[in-house]
Design a protein around this ligand. Sequence first.
Ligand code: PLP
Length: 434
Amino acid sequence: MQRTDMMNNSRSHELFERAQLTIPGGVNSPVRAFKSVGGTPLFMTHAKGAYMYDADGNRYIDYINSWGPMIMGHAWDAVVSAIQERAAFSTSFGAPTELEIEMAELITSMAPNIDMVRMVSSGTEACMSALRLARGYTGRNKFIKFEGCYHGHADAFLVKAGSGLATFNIQTVPGVTAGASMDTLTAPYNDLLAVKQLTHDNKGEIAAIIIEPVAGNMGCIVPQPGFLEGLRALCDEEGILLIFDEVMTGFRLAAGGAQERLGINADLVTYGKVIGGGMPVGAFGGRQDIMERIAPLGNVYQAGTLSGNPIAMIAGYTMLKTLRNNPGIYEALDNTTKAIHIGMEDALKASGRPFVINRFGSMISVHFSEKPVNNFADAAAADNATFNKFFHLMLNKGIYLPPSAFETWFVSHAISAADVEATLLAARESLAVL
Ligand SMILES: *Cc1c(COP(=O)(O)O)cnc(C)c1O
């Protein structure tokens, strides 16, 4: 590639040098670093709709969308003005507000099987609290998670976790004690037999099975027919709680999330990302008899100084209302993602490279793989060095993909047909020089 074709990223380089002096790795969350793909993370100044602008003034079509939350695109007017209005009424009370009731009523009206919901400030907190609740409710300690699924960075979940841990190849995390992870059992995604074996070997000891109903932290991995249904039946037989981690899929795959889209009921569900409309929000909810075990009704303790924060609530509430009142948004998201799928398939076929595209709703990912990608081992066996090169070629053409093959791409409602065309043109050009 000619040097003259390269974007100018000099301001981002400067900022990255400076950031590394006072922030570990220069970033406040490891997935933002370009460590695995190489190069310098780009520092952003503003974004609107489908476009994000970096510190050097370059424009990108955004396929991360803050890792999910910005499903309507950036700086969605309704959310921005709701935040501005509400801020003047104080940004936090530490006492209940009517808005929290409205948020809970909206969530329970949209998502199936949620009688009650508790708000927290991140997806990590939601998953950590749901697991504690499942253990408290069942009186059992062990739980099953799936290789390559990410449920936030609480100690018990950092075993064979996907996302940044897969990206940076971190197998064991110093600081997580053997005690904290001793009750974490793992199985390959889409492997019902392995789960049955675990429940057989640990009979009466398993509190919960937690799963991303459509996985997005090892690229996009789709549940095979019968897999989730099998987990549901197994949980019923064994008195195990089924926890759907819908931090990514919630309000993204449908107004009622993966539960609605796949027609499978979970006992507890965790939310994050879209639920906050770009503000730090998480939530966990489920059946009343389970949720009533949380303090102050029950003795499973869980709390948060900024939980239900009014600015966070009004942003999330406005976002969810938009999604509930405009069901056509989901069809449009699906169609946009399908167009990307078809175009990428053509481009990849023409390039002669082996590839697998997985897609579900507005989640999609490309693996440079010869065989189907249905679990973490498949994703890890793909040619991820080629993905990393592809990522940089695309970035240089103004297409901002996740900087790792172990992440799904997130499509937003702001991406137009012209943006898709521009993305596919960039893909064809990138593949030609790969
Ligand atoms: C992002 C994510 C989390 C963690 O949420 P944070 O808000 O980053 O703490 C948990 N589970 C899944 C499925 C996620 O994608």
